[in-house]
Design a protein around this ligand. Sequence first.
Ligand code: SF4
Ligand code: SF4
Length: 77
Amino acid sequence: MKQFWLFNRTWETSLKKRYIMAYKIDPSACVNCGTCEPDCPVGAISENDGHREIDSSKCVSCGTCASVCPATAISEE
Ligand code: SF4
Ligand code: SF4
């Protein structure tokens, strides 16, 4: 049963990497307004060193952050 769980997790991670690309924030374009952070449904956005960044392991690629960013600093990887 444990082996099946491990296989399933590996398969899920592989699929996510292959088909669901995370979004990323261009730090040079981000004006750190904070608009995107509360709109992320999975809490993947946080502040770091004067700009926001996305935790790619949490991002589910919904695109909400990119649609609300006034600086168009967010795009798909
Ligand atoms: S694309 Fe969606 S899940 Fe990913 S960081 Fe933006 S709002 Fe969050
Ligand atoms: S909405 Fe855009 S400019 Fe504002 S913090 Fe997020 S990435 Fe930066």
